[in-house]
Design a protein around this ligand. Structure first.
Ligand SMILES: *Cc1c(COP(=O)(O)O)cnc(C)c1O
Length: 390
């Protein structure tokens, strides 16, 4: 297994953590080559998550934009309403296989914390989630969800009291409890093997989409479009299509209040190569090279770094990255709700916004697949106040 994606990725961690990571990497390498492990993972994806998720032809949206055919990969229909569960099921099965009894995770807005607590409840594992105090105050509903699911939510009060500090505290805790504890990371980020491992557990999205589009169109898509926070739903959709050189891949990140302001989370379009959270990747930094605070209306895209594979795909020009503002994402959120009766997550709405700009520039026999990474019920309150204030 490669430690790096070109010059990106790697393991920028203290020696003790490296030992723990090597143990995880070795167990993962074995597990992914063990048919009984894969069978078990697929069993829970089918019977617990509800896979395969449909690939839906968005007929109304397609008609409206009068260009390429628009298909939606419906990850919003998964159990708990997003793609994150694919990964948490996979990693918990690995933790069990390694004989671990406890799961720790960090969370920002709480979506990954909830997905982790869900899988931990089902597999009867003890679960502790570290969350910044500021994030806990902002996301009380998700804190309650995690507690309902039996997890302990521990506030992080250092630094900015948000996600970056929660990552540091969770890793520190992990070092103290390596013998019985598994660290469950939520996106294709962090030190090796996490970017590879999360990619592996999310690539089911693209594997299904490829089969599904071949069945209905007897053709590969021209474009794949997915939003990018850490980058796991995008890599999940892209992975199986990477060898198909004619399939273009587009990642869409958060331009927030605009790229001309400091209120954005546009890592791929404005960031620089740097080391963050144990990996060498791109991140939003200030003039001194320090990690900048980032902002997006979407909690899931509000991350200063990005998975190293995305930095690599951009550098090698295999994928392109664009940024979409809060306003454009909110418009897309409202539009998909009205046109198709599907309320998308505000994260996914960024991908929809870009795709609806792209569609009219293409021919009618061309195909776009958008990854609808999650459902938008969680976002209705914030969209309501956004509309009031703008
Ligand atoms: C967490 C989340 C994202 C962002 O994470 P990625 O790793 O970039 O996929 C996107 N969409 C939804 C619905 C999420 O919950």
């Amino acid at each position: 297994m490669e430690l790096e994606f070109g010059k990106f990725g790697g393991q920028f961690v203290p020696p003790q953590v490296k030992e723990a990571l090597d143990e995880v990497a070795e167990a993962f390498e074995e597990a992914k080559n063990d048919p009984s492990f894969i069978e078990e993972y697929k069993y829970y994806l089918k019977n617990y998550v509800g896979r395969p998720s449909p690939l839906y032809f968005a007929e109304n949206l397609t008609k409206k934009y009068d260009g390429a055919k628009i298909y939606l990969k419906r990850e919003d229909l998964n159990h708990m309403g997003a793609h994150k569960i694919n990964n948490t099921i996979g990693q918990i099965l690995l933790a069990k296989r390694m004989g671990k009894k406890k799961i720790i995770a960090e969370t920002g807005a709480g979506q990954h914390g909830v997905a982790t607590a869900t899988a931990a409840a089902m597999f009867d594992m003890e679960c502790e989630v570290f969350q910044g105090q500021v994030d806990m105050n902002r996301q009380q509903l998700n804190v309650f969800r995690m507690e309902l699911l039996g997890a302990k939510v521990t506030p992080v009060t250092s630094g900015t009291k948000t996600l970056s500090d929660a990552v540091d505290v969770a890793i520190g805790e992990w070092i103290g409890r390596l013998d019985d504890t598994f660290y469950l990371l939520g996106s294709v980020v962090g030190p090796h093997p996490y970017p590879q491992m999360v990619r592996f557990f999310q690539k089911i999205i693209g594997e299904e989409a490829k089969k599904q589009i071949m069945e209905v169109e007897n053709s590969l898509p021209d474009y794949l479009v997915a939003c990018v926070g850490g980058g796991s739903n995008a890599i999940g959709l892209f992975a199986d299509f990477m060898p198909e050189k004619d399939v273009k891949m587009i990642g869409v990140e958060a331009a927030g209040k605009g790229l001309n302001t400091k209120m954005h989370a546009a890592t791929m379009t404005t960031g620089k190569e740097t080391v963050i959270h144990g990996m060498n990747t791109k991140a939003v930094v200030d003039d001194e090279g320090n990690i900048s605070p980032v902002y997006s209306i979407s909690a899931g895209l509000d991350y200063p770094g990005v998975g190293p594979e995305h930095a690599y795909l951009q550098e090698t020009k295999r994928a392109d990255y664009y940024a979409v503002t809060d306003q454009e994402a909110v418009d897309a959120f409202l539009e998909l709700s009205k046109e198709e009766g599907i309320i998308p997550a505000i994260e996914s709405s960024h991908a929809i916004a870009y795709a609806t700009k792209l569609a009219p520039t293409l021919n009618k026999d061309q195909i776009i697949i958008i990854n609808v990474s999650g459902r938008g019920d969680k976002d209705t309150d914030s969209i309501m106040s956004y509309i009031k204030d703008n």
